[in-house]
Design a protein around this ligand. Structure first.
Ligand code: NOJ
Length: 899
């Protein structure tokens, strides 16, 4: 080759100190036999470049000359590669391999062996020379310029030329030679280096990637990084560079550098003999350095962690073989645009690894979004197919009647359940309010059908004697008189909630005339039933257990908070918490564990987007709901074959309860989706609150995502928060199906039901049941025009907002409201707005004030009490928030309870 090695230097000992050290070590450790054998097997490999190396002395002479080596290239551009391979090929021979630190993940040790440590020190010595002006000559530079694979015309030659070989090695491209793709689109990730893509692997929940049957840990690759646990379920990518490539690395996506350091490690190169692939059939062998992914986990490497729009991205330029120097061009806090330089190699480098978080997976998200966009209309049509009188699957069902299933035998489900119907229509009401006004006539049909069904005398009773608790009816609105698990007391509450949601829309859009004679009576009957019977036992939602069911009590509580407040099932809600999870049923006589998807359904059907993470109402983001989510879902991991081998923290199929034997006991779609929906709801709530709190109760849940997380509050900018898998965030449009479902209906979040006040047990609510009047709905004629969804009145610009606050006060004490808008005093305690006690009684301690506010204004506020002596008592945090509705309604009421 052109770059022929110089003769060994004439030092007193004959060798450079680092080589002499190796020679002495071999001698005094009795390794001469091993090394002689390594030289022999390497020589006998048939590789051309090993032919001149027959003895240990030949080899030591070679590595000694390498320390003063002026690299140069032949026309083929393989000389440098071959010299590196020759150095390592001897160390890769079986007789000396076990003197080095193991590379395999399971055998790794903290401390390097003497030989591995020597290899690192040798590489450093070699690098020192390559940093000197003697490492480059006119002749050696010309050899690179003459070697086509180096593409030297693409690079800027500095004024005065490259002063050292390492400067040449890290040469810069001329501007414009590497344009950055999609510079403004952060969803397009660009290659960080001129390199050959080797592959990508999914990172498991245990941080592992399996590459060619070997398990490597991303947490080890990132060597103590505070972000090491963030990449579970993400993607690991490996690419490699050759000696002739451009050796600078660039940001694959724009972001802020949150960590930048060099991790010391081994220097290593796997070299094996390979057959002649020139096609000349020369019967000679050549060096092959296969560069598989894996041993980069222990090599010297750079680590740059970028905080980007697609989550954290770890970029690891890997030092390989000689020198293995990675020089970082950035430091913590640097903001990089896509394509800006973040590091470069000195001679020897190079592999490149990228590690992405799970949430960066645009392709997966796009696939889900596409699926949902296609599937949503199909699913909606499927629902409508089961509603009379025009549902394709249910001929014979009366108008507005939801049929559980078209199946008429084994099982015969051709009936209409009050629960199923209410949950179905709550979804249709939310979808209609979100813009699909074509559903309004179905909703009107449902209301008319329920007005009739409420009056049908049945085995549970008549309208005012318990008949509303009857679980199911014939599809032609007749009573079902066969034996059944009755009563089921969730139905009236769910129906009230569905109709309240619709009535609010009607009122806000000028159709109060529909509410008064029609929907209000149906709602009032249902609320009367709940008030009267909430503390009586009944059958649970699975129609199996007779007792007090969490789902039933939770939805009853919600309905009463939404409607009126004479009774308060919240008093019972707390009894379902057993210290680690939510019991599905109490006051019952079954011997089951109590883990039951009943509890997930209870939380999602009482989800309030405006609520805090309240444990008392088991809001989705509450510590208790999350702890329960983990306990419950984990209880199904070992039960169903479909879940086998899926680690904790990863989604699985969810059944009703672990002891279920119905039809053999299987996962249920409704429960699997409820488990997912609860998490979407929690994310929605945290995103609104701007932080999440980990408590000792929810710690096991969070540890599945972030194994080292500790209790505390984490703002939305913190790594602990952003490491949570986030739903995709399309700009929500009211009718976008993908935003509805994937981003927890970002375009169709159900309305608040006041759960932010319901977490404190209202003092005005009785702990016992109450009797209320029942009345039949009289008028089921709906105004024409309602179905178009257009308001029947002009949009109001100012709304009279009534603030009702329940708080028992002592004589002389007064209640005020203060908030972030001028009308509420701009948080100035001197400008608070006084509430009046005109409606106050000891049974119902109501303080109230009405303030005119511009429609659409969102503001924060709080109540405070001023005491006789001048003392001021503020409500506890957090601030309350309210958005003045923009509709044709000119009044609205916000009901709060002191906290
Ligand atoms: C059985 C389910 O457990 C129950 O919740 C449902 O109401 C009925 N099937 C009818 O769909």
């Amino acid at each position: 080759m052109d770059g022929a090695l110089p003769a060994p230097p004439q030092s007193p000992k004959g060798y450079e100190p680092i080589v002499q050290e190796l020679k002495d070590k071999i001698h005094f450790s009795g390794w001469s036999g091993r090394f002689n054998e390594a030289i022999t097997t390497a020589h006998q490999s048939g590789i051309v470049e090993m032919q001149s190396t027959k003895t240990l002395q030949d080899y030591l002479g070679f590595i000694n000359s390498l320390l003063r080596w002026v690299p140069s290239e032949s026309w083929q551009g393989k000389d440098i590669y071959n010299d590196l391979c020759k150095f390592y090929f001897v160390f890769d021979q079986a007789s000396v391999k076990d003197l080095q630190s193991p590379i395999q993940p399971e055998d790794k040790e903290d401390k390097l062996t003497w030989i591995s440590d020597w290899l690192v020190r040798y590489a450093i010595e070699m690098g020192k020379f390559l940093d000197t002006p003697e490492s480059i000559t006119e002749k050696s530079l010309a050899s690179f310029k003459n070697s086509p694979s180096y593409n030297m015309d693409d690079y800027i030659e500095p004024r005065g030329g490259w002063r050292t070989f390492n400067e040449l090695f890290a040469r810069n491209f001329k501007p414009g030679y590497r344009p950055i793709a999609a510079i403004a689109d952060q969803s397009v990730i660009v290659s960080p280096a001129d390199s050959t893509f080797d592959g990508q692997w999914e990172i498991r929940a245990d941080s592992g990637v399996t590459i060619k049957n070997m398990h490597w840990k991303i947490s080890e690759l990132l060597d103590g990084s505070p972000y090491k646990d963030r990449f579970t379920n993400g993607i690991f990518m490996h690419a490699f560079l050759g000696p002739n490539d451009y050796h600078r690395q660039h940001a694959p996506v724009g972001g802020v550098v949150v960590e930048a350091r060099v991790i010391p490690g081994q220097v290593y190169l796997e070299v094996i003999p390979d057959d002649d692939n020139t096609g000349l059939k020369l019967h000679r062998k050549f060096f092959d350095a296969p560069d598989n992914a894996g041993y980069q986990f222990s090599q010297a490497r750079g680590l740059v962690v970028l905080d980007t729009k697609i989550g954290l991205v770890a970029v690891l330029p890997i030092g390989m073989a000689q020198v293995s120097s990675v020089i970082l061009s950035v430091e913590k806090g640097t903001t990089l645009r896509k394509g800006e330089e973040l590091s470069y190699f000195q001679f020897g480098g190079s592999d490149i690894i990228l590690v992405f978080e799970a949430r960066s997976n645009n392709a997966k998200r796009a696939a889900i979004d596409n699926f949902i966009a296609t599937e949503s209309p199909i699913a909606l049509q499927g629902v409508l197919n089961n509603i009379g009188a025009n549902g394709a699957k249910v001929p014979g069902a009366a108008s507005g009647v939801v049929v559980a299933s078209p199946s008429k035998s084994n099982p015969d489900y051709f009936y209409s359940w009050t629960r199923d119907s209410a949950l179905t229509f709550k979804m249709l009401v939310d979808t209609s309010i979100a813009g699909n006004f074509g559903l309004q006539s179905e909703i009107e049909n449902y209301i008319s059908a329920q007005a009739k069904i409420q009056t049908v005398s049945n085995p549970s009773g008549g309208l005012s004697t318990g008949g509303l608790g009857e679980p199911k009816f014939g599809v032609n609105e007749t009573a079902f008189t066969g034996p059944w698990g009755r009563p089921q007391r969730d139905g009236p509450a769910l129906r009230a909630t569905a109709l309240i949601a619709y009535s609010r829309w009607l009122i806000a859009n000028g159709y109060t005339s529909t509410v008064s004679p029609i929907t209000w009576h149906i709602i009032q009957n249902d609320l009367a039933y709940v008030e009267q019977y909430w503390n009586k036992t009944g059958f649970d939602l699975w129609e199996e257990v007779d007792g007090s069911s969490f789902f039933t009590i939770a939805v009853q509580h919600r309905a009463l908070v939404e409607g009126t407040c004479p009774a308060n099932p919240a008093i019972l809600l707390g009894s379902f918490w057993n210290g680690g999870s939510i019991l599905a049923n109490i006051n019952d006589n079954n011997a089951r564990s109590g883990e039951d998807a009943n509890t997930l359904l209870g939380s999602i059907h009482t989800f309030d987007p405006a609520a805090n993470c309240d444990d008392s109402t088991f809001q989705p983001c509450s510590a208790k709901a999350l702890a329960n989510h983990k306990v419950l879902t984990d209880s199904f991991r070992s039960i169903y074959a479909i879940n086998s081998g899926i680690a904790e923290g990863t989604a699985i199929a969810v059944g009703r309860y672990p002891e279920d034997v119905y039809q053999g006991g299987n996962p249920w779609y409704i429960n699997t989706l409820a488990a997912a929906e609860l998490l979407y709801d929690a994310l929605y709530q945290w995103n609104r609150l701007g932080s999440l709190t980990v408590t000792t109760t929810s710690l096991p849940f969070f540890r599945d995502f972030s194994p080292s997380i500790t209790p505390g509050t984490y703002p939305s900018s913190s790594p602990a928060y952003t490491s949570l898998p986030q739903p995709s965030k399309p700009t929500p449009t009211a009718t976008s199906p993908s935003s509805r479902t994937v981003a927890r209906r970002a375009g169709q979040v159900p309305a608040s039901w006041d759960a932010s006040s319901a977490n404190a047990v209202p003092k005005a609510c009785a702990a016992t049941s109450a009797n209320a009047p029942y009345a039949t709905a009289t008028n089921t004629v709906f105004p024409t025009g309602q179905t178009s969804g257009s308001p029947a009145c002009p949009t109001a610009s100012s709304v009279a907002v009534t603030f009702n606050e329940l708080e028992s006060t002592t004589y002389g004490e007064n209640v005020f409201v203060v908030g972030s808008v001028t009308q509420l005093g701009s948080w100035d305690p001197a400008n608070t707005v006084p509430l009046q006690a005109n409606g106050y009684s000891s049974a119902y301690p109501l303080w109230s004030v009405t303030v005119a506010l511009p429609a659409g204004t969102t503001f924060q506020y709080k109540y405070l009490k001023k005491e006789v002596g001048g003392g001021v008592v503020w409500e506890s945090d957090p601030n309350r928030q309210f958005t003045v509705p923009r509709s044709c309604a000119t009044t609205t009421t916000e009901n709060d309870v002191w906290r």
